[in-house]
Design a protein around this ligand. Sequence first.
Ligand code: ZN
Length: 167
Amino acid sequence: MTASTITSTDQEFVRRAINNAVENVAGGNRPFAAILVGADGKIIAEDTDRTALSGDPLSHGEVNVLRTGLQKVGFEAVAASTLYVNGEPCAMCAGTILRSGVRRIIFGLQGSHVGPYLAGEPKLGERYASAAIFAVAGENISVTPGVLEDEAHRPFKAYVARTAGPR
Ligand SMILES: [Zn+2]
């Protein structure tokens, strides 16, 4: 597992994912969003975590964009793309990423920082351990954590503020 050099374009896509995650929270969903960007720099798919409203626990942003991307542009184009996420992918998504062929992943808030925001929810302590899954891919995958880390707290703070109050 290696790390990428981060460009201003990479930062903009992470920022976009952060903003999408904030909107997702405002819409009653969980604080996660993902964007799949092709080698040409154009967005192939962007989506959010829709587990809260759909009732489908597999409906994470990463899974959603990878499924859409594979259907839309096929395996080779997806393998050449970059996946941006506002927070660290969970273990399920890390496995999905490996199966999808994507080799460049860039995300905002690291799981160790995400965990406390979701501390009231069951089993979340271990759910963000994506590093062990990504390690399976060895040097074939580039995972860069902590991009725009300060901004990346926003959706989680919004989520805590929304879920802590009266429903
Ligand atoms: Zn996930």
